[in-house]
Design a protein around this ligand. Structure first.
Ligand code: SAM
Length: 333
């Protein structure tokens, strides 16, 4: 293990007041440890399970297992058969904000959860988590980088998502041409990727102020489009896999100021993970937790009155004719 960079040390001082927390954070990023993989089950679990599993966490959905030790679920025939999708537990953590959508008492008066739009979807982990957690009538998966669409479609197909539509649009196009269309918009934003270091991956320049600033600007651009795409009474979930407050709490604070109809809402099952860096509810999983590489997540509610009539559903054929929709997993009935 080399010496931690000055920029990493600076970030640790920005994040933590206690020296022991700073040291643990720097250690987790400088000397990566393996994290157990999580499985999202898309088919019923076989009995007996072909993997040894770790005890469930309080925020772990019933349809997720965390494996114990070093196992290779990606090479098991059940994986190829689409029985499960493998991801970092930090992704499951971020997607836990969906639980607060289901549990909301005022849900009865909110728009029906007909549509979920994943704005930054490839390779598809959050789309699958949203699908399992929210069971929407429509799942729209958007990926702006054309060459990443292939892996997204392959994963949706393998996992048997029979209703998903895939788009290859800039978020701004959604905002301009399809405003107020989705009950839930998920923005798992491109970011500086600092948590990659905790997994032993490279993330060149991830602590550099220019990288962080560039990412924060892009995140704000995406979120501004996302905010316009959420129907009144709907939700916007924002998440990253990086640690800089400039890309996390500060981006959400910017959104709340620019779009005052949005309110950050509490996610009860994540209460123990509340960020100390914001006055509004938002949550962080740290790499030193040993659970996953780390992430940030927040759930925003559009408090504007729900419309009397629901927005016009997306017309797939119309969009296809315009070259906007590129994949439908099943033909229309
Ligand atoms: N949600 C995915 C999952 O769980 O599997 C991971 C998403 S990854 C963190 C961020 C995604 O944002 C990448 O697929 C990237 O191609 C996409 N992206 C990059 N620039 C973007 C932009 N300007 N607008 C929207 N998405 C962008």
């Amino acid at each position: 293990m080399g010496q931690p960079s000055n920029l990493l040390l600076k970030l640790s001082r920005q994040l933590f007041t206690e020296k022991r927390d700073r040291d643990a954070f720097v250690e987790a990023l400088s000397a990566p440890q393996p994290f157990p993989t999580a499985l999202v089950w898309l088919q019923p679990r076989p009995e007996p399970l072909p993997f040894a599993i770790a005890p469930p966490l309080p925020w772990q959905p019933a349809w997720v297992d965390r494996l114990s030790g070093d196992q290779r679920p990606g090479q098991h025939p059940l994986h190829q058969a689409g029985a499960y999708y493998c991801l970092d537990t930090a992704s499951v953590f971020s997607a836990s904000v969906f639980s607060a959508i289901k549990d909301r008492p005022e849900r009865a008066s909110s728009p029906p959860l007909t549509s979920v739009l994943d704005f930054c979807a490839a390779p598809g982990g959050k789309s699958l988590l949203a699908w399992k957690a929210l069971a929407p009538d429509h799942l729209w998966c958007n990926e702006v980088i054309r060459k990443r669409v292939k892996i997204l479609i392959a994963n949706l197909k393998r996992c048997g998502l029979t209703e998903a539509l895939v788009f290859n649009l800039d978020p701004q196009i959604w905002a301009e041409r399809l405003p107020r269309t989705a009950a839930v918009v998920v923005v798992d934003a491109p970011c500086s990727g600092q948590s990659l270091l905790a997994k032993g991956d490279r993330a060149l320049g991830c602590f550099h102020p220019v990288t962080i600033k560039k990412n924060a600007s892009r995140q704000k651009r995406i979120l501004a489009s996302a905010a316009q795409t959420v129907v009144e009474g709907g939700y916007l979930a924002y998440m990253t896999c990086t640690f800089s407050p400039e890309e996390n709490e500060q981006v959400v604070a910017w959104l709340l100021k620019k779009f005052p109809q949005f309110e950050a809402i509490a996610v009860p099952i994540l209460a123990n993970y509340a960020s100390a860096l914001a006055a509004f509810p938002c949550y962080r999983l740290w790499p030193q937790s040993g659970l996953g590489a780390g992430s940030f997540t927040a759930l925003l509610h559009n408090r504007a009155d729900a419309p009397k009539s629901l927005p016009t559903p997306i017309d797939f054929d119309f969009l296809t004719a315009q070259g906007m929709a590129i994949y439908r997993s099943t033909p229309p009935l």
